[in-house]
Design a protein around this ligand. Structure first.
Ligand code: ZN
Length: 353
């Protein structure tokens, strides 16, 4: 058995870097030699209190995967092998991966809304992922990278697509004002996309001073300590009547309330965070102020635009990289660092280091 190194999840607080079998692609799959892979908030959740999306009881229906799982769904690499039905990509291509599974039997494939097909699943959660030398993915997930895009940038396309999709679904227009609550990687990427889209004022709140500093660096025009009770009033003073768009990248009652109260009448809220608990919601206020409240589930049909924008230099996602580590260091300098050190934003694993 040919083996490789992989960071495998066994249970919460139990991720082991160990030898694993090198995967082989089936007729419709692509095998990728991984270059860089980013640690995501959802990986962190699996580490601190998983399983959340990892199937431990029932296998994931689309591929039968269950139990011990190699994490990693934000990555770049080089194609080393393709199945015999694969035509969209070839050996030697530099690629990044859109890791969301599509159920071919779902009615949402025909509508083009493939991110709504059920059951929801991702490479690196419901299949083995990219914290390893090799990963096998479905052919429809693979996107070629432009020649001048770096593998580091390629590993950030996935979370950048989450942010780009949130902004697209908000309907943001040039000159609009936006309030982003939560300055983790997704919140900060959303700031960058808002800059690229032409927002006139970008407000950001977070509990961490470090992250607010980072938000300013990447384009926030004004930041707030999330504990400040007067945020909605201050935002109304600075905008005249409230922001056009509120993006919830924190996902708790307080962030939801602060954001909704900071919106202009007729404004749009985008819920991009994965809320851990139910929130209460004033439906009458929603109606009388004609608010639009929308959820965004990962992304769809936006990887090509995200790749092009990063490649143009107008979405400098590499500014969010705070550490590059080796696979052997992934627990200590990756997962533990992200839970303990608020100055960390995006940590990339250099698989060949
Ligand atoms: Zn992610």
């Amino acid at each position: 058995m040919a083996t490789m190194k992989a960071a495998r999840w066994y249970a919460a607080k139990d991720i082991r870097v160990e030898d694993a079998q090198i995967p082989t692609p089936n007729d419709d799959q692509v095998k990728i030699e991984v270059k860089f892979a980013g640690i995501c908030g959802s990986d962190l959740h699996e580490y601190t209190h998983g399983p959340q999306l990892i199937p431990t009881e029932k296998p994931y229906p689309l591929n039968g995967h269950k139990g011990v799982t190699t994490l990693g769904h934000e990555f770049s690499g080089v194609v080393v092998e393709t199945g015999k039905n694969v035509t969209n990509i070839k050996k030697g291509d530099r690629v990044t991966v859109e890791p969301i599974f599509r159920n071919p039997e779902s009615p949402f494939i025909a509508t083009g809304e493939y991110n709504l097909s059920e059951p929801l699943g991702f490479v690196g959660l419901t299949a083995n992922g990219a914290f390893a030398n090799y990963v096998v993915v479905e052919d429809y997930m693979v996107h070629k990278m432009p020649d001048k895009m770096t593998f580091e940038q390629g590993a950030i396309v996935e979370p950048a697509a989450v942010a780009a999709y949130a902004i697209r679904q908000s309907g943001m227009k040039m000159g609009d004002t936006v309030f982003i609550v939560g300055a983790g990687p997704i919140g900060l990427l959303t700031v960058q996309v808002a800059v690229a889209t032409g927002a006139s004022q970008i407000f950001v709140s977070d509990l961490s001073e470090n992250r607010l500093k980072k938000a300013k660096e990447v384009g926030a025009t004004q930041t707030f300590d999330a504990r400040d009770k007067d945020i909605p009033q201050k935002i109304k003073e600075m905008t005249g009547f409230g922001v056009d768009i509120f993006i919830d990248a924190a996902g708790v009652q307080a962030s939801f309330d602060t954001g909704i109260n900071s919106l202009r009448n007729g404004g749009t809220a985008i819920l991009v965070a994965l809320f851990g608990k139910k929130v209460t919601h004033d439906a009458l206020n929603h109606t009388l102020r004609e608010l639009t409240i929308k959820g965004t589930a990962a992304y769809r049909n936006i990887f090509p635009q995200t790749i092009a924008l990063i490649n143009s230099g107008r979405l400098p996602v590499e500014k969010l990289i705070t550490s590059v580590i080796s696979l052997d260091e992934i627990v200590e300098k990756g997962f533990k660092a992200l839970t303990q050190d608020p100055s960390e934003v995006k940590i990339l694993v250099d698989i060949n280091r």
